[in-house]
Ligand binder design. Sequence first.
Ligand code: AMP
Length: 284
Amino acid sequence: MLVFHQISVLQEHLKQLRNQGMTVGFVPTMGALHQGHISLINQAKAQSDIVVCSIFVNPTQFNNAHDLAVYPRTLEADSQMLDTAGCDILFAPSAEEMYPKLPTMKFDFGALETVMEGAFRPGHFNGVGIVVSKLFHIVQPDKAFFGQKDLQQCAVISCMVNELSFHLELVICPTQREEDGLAMSSRNRNLSPEQRAIAPFLYQALNNAKASLLQDKEVSEVKTELAEFLRNIEGIELEYFEISDFDTLQPFHGTLSQNSGGGKIALCIAAFLGKTRLIDNIII
Ligand code: AMP
């Protein structure tokens, strides 16, 4: 695997590969890699000639200084994992390389970012838009691979790709989970053993809510049930639980049988275990 730290050197190398007719699959990450990330690498390998993975802990998408400070950084181990997985190129720029000066322009994703992560992490999706658009311009991939684990991020990037006519295809890959159901996440490493033991209750809470919706219970009742379920688990503090239209991410009302459009519904949760904030979602 080749490792690049500089934008211009990476671009020169990719230009040569593209001139040889090779297609490029791109997996942007913030490192501290786990099997969820590797599943994206595997998809990219299956669908492209060359796989590029970026590792960059993007300061502009953190609205919480503590979260940025404790975000795990494990470049050496990540590099080995990527090499073993058959990734061709790792792009690991410094913050100075990506932002010689902090960007002044702003992304506004409208209603897509007034809910959930956008509402609780002000400025987060502006930072995501800036870094992902920059990375797309640098790598110019044919396909870019993202995880459904970050559902709202997928919606925001899809909006950006469409509205700004990025010439690439987005591929959304399923959430990879630990055996007990906990969605894999770089932040799981910051959990104490006690917190790790109760973390799977988030996924269980989502599945309980799904079962209640399938019994045709009202959204409001299902939300109350979930809040009650998690209130009884010491160490988990619910931040939000939303039942949303999958495409618009706007709140879904009523019962499933009243869902005349029959579109997909997303159940999305964010919760704190101590200082560690975890998110997850499932789709009906
Ligand atoms: P991150 O390093 O957390 O920014 O994630 C990089 C990419 O990996 C994003 O597209 C995430 O949605 C995706 N990802 C993170 N966790 C998982 C998971 N458990 N399963 C599948 N994809 C994931």
